[in-house]
Design a binder for this molecule. Sequence first.
Ligand code: GAL
Length: 415
Amino acid sequence: MMRRVWLSAVLGALFLAGAPARAQEKLEIFSWWAGDEGPALKALIDQYAAKYPTIEVVNSTVTGGSGVNARAVLKTRMLGGDPPDSFQVHAGQELIGTWVVANRMEDLTPLFKSEGWMAKYPPGLFRLLSAQGGIWSVPVNIHRSNVMWYVPANLDKWGVGPPSSWDQFLATCKTLQGKGLAHPLALGENWTYVHLWESVALGVLGPDGWAALWSGKMKFTDPMAVKVWDTFGKVLACANPDASGLSWQQAVDRMLKGEAAFNIMGDWAAGYMATTLKLAPGHGFGWTASPGTGGVFMMLSDSFGLPKGVKHRDAALKWLKLLGSREGQDTFNPLKGSIAARLDSDPLKYNAYLQSAAKDWKSDRVVGSLAHGAVAPESFGSQFGTVMEIYLAGMNAQAAASAAQAIADQVRLGK
Ligand code: GAL
């Protein structure tokens, strides 16, 4: 008898010690950071799980660069009354022009105040996050859109340098083609065309011209804006014709393998090359501002918001607190290939590429990205893909320019 009691006590103790703490609560976060894009998010989730071991984190992801697929799924869920507890969204009109105007988000001003964040982020970022007297999401990073990537040893082998204007790029493209490299520029699927276009536009128009497009001061049918499409067409002629079948990572891979010399992509490419592929910045890959955009930092920011009526509000607030904190940002960003949105991050945690990006972020002229939701109203940005299709169908600069202006008029861009 005694023996049986003793045995069951021991077994009971073993069971309690070995059993995982029972999850009492859940947190569902929603993003497009899956697969190769996942390590930074995973590190942040691990940090959250260590802090709150009783909360089970459900990491819902929908693959597809730049959120092209995730946004559609999110829409279905939001409209179906099943919002995730917190979701990834680009800071700016991508959230404000959609779920904020639809009154589906919580104003996070009280959180920013209680966490002492009002002085911890740059004022320009607050302008992006704010509307209708509220602050609508917590920014976790700053990414740069206008970066050209290459492999230094390959450029040496071919005897070319990274071009500093689009004209120079076209000359370099010819030189490389003369040496047998048929497609010097590696390009990927559809949204990456828009990504490339914004670098071409910034290079052709300069930062003032770029700003004038969005304030409505320069029409898309202005000869300078039409020239952007002409240059874009010439740049496309240097790219692989099978682009639409490649993810952005596969386009980076082509450049790394020496099947192309250059790739224009946001600095999540640095995250992919340094974190996933373990390449050393400066040796395994090199970078420069995309042609003609030196001294200008085209920015975008990933952020998370809090929909109204979520199932696990308290757990979601804890998530937002972590990703807005210095420790959260300095865990996430070194892996992601982005710099912290906060002003007080620890530079020693960041690799050589990110330290150079942080320096440029402080000294460069900052402009917003179109492809990643920062500069244009959502009503315009979401229709720009159609303009791109019109261009690609006939390579007609004037037709694309007129289509863009028609949308600008329809959404009253800059008014
Ligand atoms: C951007 C996003 C980045 C990265 C990239 C590729 O829109 O801001 O964090 O995920 O898409 O998917």
